[in-house]
Ligand binder design. Structure first.
Ligand code: MN
Length: 193
């Protein structure tokens, strides 16, 4: 059992949830945002970093308006195979509810320290990273910045759109584009199936 994923595995029962547990490690730079209609609706923002998905739960979802500071609660690392998971987590399981892939693509790490490029893992360790997203709904720079230390859901970050040509205060993709980029389905569609 990978140490990084031990928290993920501890919270879940392999026989009872359709969620994945594996993933081939690589040097990938993918990201995903999953819309998760659990006990409370949120958007899980995940970046592929050193063979796992670093993850945050964003209650209001990402904004394309640089004036919005979206709270992002750090959650446990997820396995790489989670990146295209859509489905229903049955009642009684951790995170019970529906999950769709709301946005997906690759990211570019633009993080620096004293003007020098640093790796995404160094940046996240330091509590401030800048990534440029190449998704279907989200594009351009985003800053993710730790504002309160803690473990698991006690660690707070802010996800903020950078001012660049992709910034758009009017777009509001969270409300206007609710569907999965993989299947076109909404969370409600999954509930009915
Ligand atoms: Mn979640």
């Amino acid at each position: 059992m990978s140490k990084k994923l031990s928290e993920y595995e501890k919270k879940r029962n392999r026989g009872a949830t359709p969620e994945p547990f594996g993933g081939k490690k690589g040097k990938g730079n993918r990201f995903v945002i999953q819309k998760h209609d659990a006990s409370s609706l949120h958007y899980d923002f995940r970046l592929e970093v050193d063979g796992v998905l670093k993850s945050w739960a964003v209650p209001k979802g990402p904004s394309t308006d640089p004036r919005d500071k979206r709270l992002a609660m750090a959650v446990e690392d997820h396995p790489l195979d989670y990146i295209d998971f859509e489905g229903v987590i049955p009642k009684g399981n951790y995170g019970a509810g529906t999950v769709i892939v709301w946005d997906a693509g690759t990211y570019e790490n633009l993080s620096t320290s004293d003007g020098e490029p640093i790796s995404i893992s160094e940046a996240l360790e330091s509590g401030h990273a800048i990534v440029s997203l190449h998704g279907q709904k989200l594009r351009g720079g985003y800053a993710i910045t730790r504002v309160k230390f803690g473990t698991g859901k006690g660690e707070k970050w802010l996800l903020v759109k950078k001012r660049d040509p992709e910034a758009d205060a009017r777009r509001k993709p969270v409300s206007t584009q609710p569907e999965s980029v993989l299947t076109g389905r909404t969370n409600e569609d999954l509930e009915e199936s």
